[in-house]
Design a protein. Sequence first.
Length: 311
Amino acid sequence: MTTEELEKKFQERIDAEEKIEAKDWMPADYRKTLIRQISQHAHSEVVGMLPEGNWVTRAPNLKRKAILLAKIQDEAGHGLYLYSAAETLGVERTDLIDDLNSGKAKYSSIFNYPALTWADMGAVGWLVDGAAIMNQVALCRTSYGPYARAMVRICKEESFHQRQGYDILLTLSKGNDAQKRMCQDAINRWWWPSLMMFGPPDANSPHSAQSLKWKIKRVSNDELRQRFVDMTIPQCNILGMTLPDPKLVWNQDRGHHDFGEIDWVEFNNVLKGNGPCNKERLEARLNAHNEGAWVREAAMVHAEKRARKIA
Ligand code: FAQ
């Protein structure tokens, strides 16, 4: 078959909702797009542990500490499933991690913002995991089988994460005035960066059209963002808090909430490495990588010994 015929057949399989598996023929750009997206996603899960990791020793009680630890551990697991999914496409995990550590690879903009108070653990769980789920539920139907299957498990865990975050804020929202202020302040700081997680507007998203055609992405950046806004407002009302956007209003004609303009200059700055915590995150990641070298070495020796025993 010619490449054109192979590409036509490939698109027919996608259109018929068939899953593409690791050993199937796929266009080189499909493979490249998946490696880019899945590895960026994996990196986000790994770097995403850092803002929350800062609060493990300062959680207000043992129960909250245990829950936060479990959540952070889940994020590490998500990174592992996703690196494994990327490896099925023929890349080496160590190369992907080297790209993260050298600052070459992207990870989600959201993790370059600081977590200043305990309420931030609530806002991260509620808003950041909430935005992640909105995006990832759609990805459970992504066309690449290993990625889709990883997403199913990840989504189950993320919904627990979102609830734990909401529960933190719900408790604070019923607390004293200082706790209520802390809750509102965290929501104010995390709202706009959470909306940026969905990526640039569709009109400025270079990858969207092709990724939607290949069903790597199932829903566009703007549509997911809108769904997230619509979902979050009633939840915020239950907290008795407000979202920091005076333009947020129900639009009867559209059947959706209108909202204000996102600061895309800020978004692009964060992507260029100039966000409030980009340098700090990369430094912490590098330290963790270097300090963990002995664990990787020990694991390799153990694996080799086991392999020799089996052989
Ligand atoms: N941050 O053409 P598009 C989580 C880049 S997981 C940084 O629209 P695409 C769990 C984009 O990569 C959060 N970069 O790109 C958790 C591209 O750059 P490139 C991560 C961004 O790929 C919770 C360029 O802009 N989730 O939070 C961002 O079609 C709590 C052009 O953009 C995923 O990764 C951004 N926000 O759509 C963990 C989900 N947005 O590669 C711990 C999977 C865009 O050309 C605690 N990924 N860029 O240099 C996706 O769905 C997509 O990749 C999008 C972007 C929607 C993020």
